[in-house]
Write a protein that binds this ligand. Structure first.
Ligand code: 5AD
Length: 347
């Protein structure tokens, strides 16, 4: 049924049909995505260990309860010792990626700058950051200190919708993605599916935008209505459209790492297994201690917490294997990457 699609240039109508696929058509899409993953030699699942280092955030995204204007949330910043103890725990679990995530909190940068070189020197792990927008010099400095990779999702590639939901410009976000690449770090990006006001056309734009950027990692997650936000009483994003987005990216982009995010499990039992079956190949295990975990309310204060056992079981049930830690090597620094300009920057 989808044999006749030219994957180097699918039409918008074809993408809409695939994005909304269910039943047999969806199974065909997933099967094609798994074939693409195998063909790209990307069937081993990379495991990351995440520590959520701060829940302070400058941003005011309407979907996230860590937004600056939520006064009902207790805020925390972990100190250097606490973070390094957790990274040691991640290392002890034989995990090769130390994923440091936080709200956009420049007041915490001194802590980051202390720990990045220590993780490289003492633990020899891949350092992956996801802490938001900064000036160009910061990204350059972090890359020089040893940060290997950085995730900055565009969230919504439509400039108007982005501005409406996030109250900031898409252009600035895209510029930061360019800085990250220029600095030589691997770039991860992606979107959220099911935001109030988002249409199928917006989602097709998101798919095509990520294909243009050609990121090293690309992720999508279903929108989860979050307490103490303007979207608290709206409905969750569509599971099928999220999985279909993952599969389409796997087929069109082939090589990137694609996570199966915990929000999938929050929406549906075995949601993360469904993500692996749709072409994903990363699972992130949460190492944030209980006391901070409950305050790191990105999806919801009742989010699904991925444990080591859950991750391993999910990988096994998908018929896959974890990527051996010795194969997770820090990428060699790349020269200034060519960067596809955004739709927003085009206009
Ligand atoms: N629903 C879905 N995804 C969310 N994210 C943050 N809040 C939500 C939510 N309520 C995603 C964003 C962010 C990533 C860390 O989590 O894409 O970049």
């Amino acid at each position: 049924m989808i044999d006749n699609i030219d994957w180097s240039q699918p039409t918008r109508d074809e993408l809409k049909r695939l994005l909304t696929a269910e039943g047999d058509l969806q199974q065909e899409l997933f099967s094609l995505a798994r074939q693409a993953r195998t063909a790209a030699g990307a069937d081993e699942v990379t495991i990351r260990g995440v520590v959520e280092i701060t829940n302070y955030c400058q941003k005011r995204c309407d979907y996230c309860s860590m937004r600056a204007n939520n006064r009902d949330l207790d805020r925390y910043r972990m100190d250097v010792k606490e973070i390094l103890d957790i990274v040691a725990e991640i290392k002890a679990c034989n995990i090769g990626v130390a994923f440091l995530q936080g709200g956009q909190d420049p007041a915490d940068d001194a802590v980051l700058e202390e720990i990045i070189p220590i993780i490289k020197r003492d633990f020899d792990m891949e350092v992956l950051l996801c802490v938001g927008e900064r000036p160009r010099e910061k990204y350059l400095r972090w890359a020089e200190m040893g940060a290997d990779s950085y995730i900055l999702k565009f969230e919504m590639s439509d400039a108007e919708l982005h501005q409406k939901v996030i109250h900031a410009s898409l252009e600035r976000r895209v510029r930061c993605m360019e800085y990250i690449r220029e600095a030589g770090m691997r770039l991860g990006t992606g979107n959220i599916v099911g935001m109030p006001g988002q249409t199928i056309d917006h989602l097709v734009d998101d798919i095509l935008y990520a294909v243009k950027v050609r990121p090293d990692f690309v992720s999508t997650s279903p929108f989860i209505p979050n307490e103490n936000t303007p979207y608290e009483h709206t409905t969750s994003g569509n599971m099928n459209m999220t999985l279909n987005t993952m599969a389409i990216w796997r087929i069109m982009l082939r090589t990137p790492l694609i996570p199966t995010v915990s929000a999938l499990e929050k929406i549906q039992t075995d949601g993360q297994l469904a993500g692996l079956n749709a072409g994903a190949n990363i699972l992130t295990i949460n190492f944030t201690p209980q006391k901070e975990r409950n305050l790191y309310s990105i999806y919801s204060n009742k989010r699904f917490i991925v444990s080591y056992d859950h991750a391993m079981r999910t990988i096994e049930r998908a018929g896959l294997r974890p990527k051996p830690v010795e194969d997770i090597v820090a990428p060699t620094r790349r020269p200034r990457a060519e960067f596809a300009t955004s739709r927003a920057a085009d206009v």
